[in-house]
Write a new protein. Structure first.
Length: 173
């Protein structure tokens, strides 16, 4: 660090310079870490995920919706929350933003988790699709990957009004 001019420097010491180059110059930076994307954009495809900013915030929002989830016998709220939170994360990433409450509302609505009396067909498909999603990442990825992008681009009002009649189309089942 340079010293002000009025500070005396002992005669036996080297003059203080404002900056000196280091003796060692490090090598140039290279792209060598295993998980780095070397060229182009993030790869896409089944089970590769959908990266987005602050998508983990959906887990905080899920706690707000959890009391509204209706899980009949044989189905578990934890599985519904895990699968639908992952869908909400994908929707938020699709728009390039952090998750918001409507992302979760859409995810739960298309699968009928707010409906106290869903159709028997939906319950059978939903039970098979979401079973153990709270414990198994691969199951959550499968739930997320089957929902079409067209559904995720819908507004919550559009998805909610389409839900009872078109649940198979909305969920990709």
């Amino acid at each position: 660090m340079a010293a002000p001019e009025y500070v005396p420097v002992p005669v036996t010491e080297k003059a203080r310079l404002p900056w000196e180059s280091p003796d060692h110059v490090p090598a140039a930076w290279t792209l060598d870490r295993p998980a780095e994307v070397a060229q182009g954009r993030q790869p896409t495809g089944p089970r590769l995920g959908y990266p987005g900013p602050d998508i983990g915030y959906a887990l905080t929002l899920a706690a707000l919706i959890r009391p509204e989830v209706v899980a009949p016998p044989g189905e578990h709220v934890d599985d519904a929350v895990a699968g639908c939170t992952a869908i909400a994360m994908r929707r938020a990433a699709l728009f390039g933003r952090a998750p918001v409450l409507p992302d979760l509302r859409l995810a739960f609505a298309i699968w009928g988790w707010f409906d106290p009396a869903p159709s028997e067909d939906l319950r059978i498909v939903r039970r098979a699709t979401f079973e153990a999603a709270g414990h198994d990442y691969e199951i959550r990825r499968a739930v997320v990957d089957q929902v079409p992008d067209e559904t995720l681009r819908m507004s919550v009002a559009e998805a909610t009004s389409a839900y009872p009649a078109r649940w198979r189309e909305l969920t990709g089942s």
